[in-house]
Design a binder for this molecule. Sequence first.
Ligand code: C2O
Ligand code: CU
Length: 487
Amino acid sequence: MPELSRRGLLLGGLAIAATGALGACTSPSSNRVTSTFGPPTRLSAAPGQSVVERTLVAKPATLDLGGTAVETWAFGDTAPGPLIRANAGDLLRIRFENQLPADTTVHWHGIALRNEADGVPGLTQNPITSGDSFLYEFTAPDPGTYFYHPHVGVQLDRGLYAPLIIDDPRETGGYDSEWVLVLDDWVDGTGRTPDDVLAELSAADGEDSGGMGGMDMGGKSMGDPPFGDAGDVAYPHYLINGRVPTAPDVLRGKPGERVRLRIINAGSDTLFTVALGGHRLTITHTDGYAVQPRETDALYIGMGERYDAIVTLEDGVFPLVAAPYGKKGQAMALVRTGAGSAPAPTVHLTELDGAILEANDLQPAESTRLPSRKPDATEMVHLSGQMAPYRWAINGAAYGKNDPILIDQGDRVRLQLMNMTQMTHPMHVHGHTFALPNGLRKDTVLVKPMSSLSVDLQADNPGSWMTHCHNIYHGEAGMMIALNYRT
Ligand code: C2O
Ligand code: CU
């Protein structure tokens, strides 16, 4: 009976996914011999090093998205959660308490931190069980815009995300003020949870490949070039700073003021295009690293990516829009510097009709270039998978069944990202920043459908590092691999 065999297959798939999430499976070629971890070694401040101490609690919470109340999980009582801010070189000491009814961890996305604090269960620590706590201690070496989120299941698609900003004490600035803009796609507490969404996606079977199975495809259309299909899930809400467009976050400033925007895409399945009505943006950084400043009307930002931009404010009220690529609806915040009435939540920005900047259009600031060097090793990162059945893989198998990539400390390593799928994947490497072919430094990069991209990294941070698609559903369905230093 086909129903039974399909169900059998689905359960098999889930079992694999669960094994992967716990990291219990160790392949023979792995240098990792155990999947249980003791507490991380304690760090004390070096002479002259400042310590930033925080307590962070993950717990169930009822959030107001702007007239819509949702039951979810959050860091405290808000989403985004509390901003953590420090200077480059500071020691961060974060006491984390898990009050969720589930295992969790915290990952400090983009920070080149010590492996023990990276927050990946089964790879760098044990999962933190409900009611337990964990001490995250690490030095944040590089300034920039980062964020933090759990690294368990699809928890990121709940309210569990928050900005993390590392300041450069030597930076002169060149701006008057700063706004952090956290973009998100929201489903939790609207009748289904992210786990329900994953189950729906996983229920699509091979015989339905044209029709996407039982997945709710309402409101979703395929994206236009250049990124093709970049997301699978139609979300009921798109948010900026935790607010829906009908009750937006309001950012106040003065005409003529120069504001630094720190834009973070904390979405789980949504690539956004971003613009501020009536303004040009000067892009200054991506993923924490400085670029040669470049003006644009609008930019693309994939899941896990960050862009910083400077804008000189005009006089009035302006919509700041993040439009979900290939999907219906939009996220909006309001910029208010003077009199005027608010634009409609559905306002269409003409800035989004013209050229939209992507990472490739940027050049690195000279100071951020990796010293040029031939790669000592080239490692294949072969991405495969499809919607139906919903299975995603790296190097031929789902995480937990694929062989870790092994590299040597001190090497210049080239990762050959080969996307053999019909979707765009935001590929993220933990603990390192890589260089694109043009030298641009990033830790998360959009790899277009049926295309290949080579990125180079300096192997200077030993440990076991997750490398994965930051579409959280793809990652959970297998599109992850460990990048391990040989010991
Ligand atoms: Cu935001 Cu494994 O990453
Ligand atoms: Cu993906």
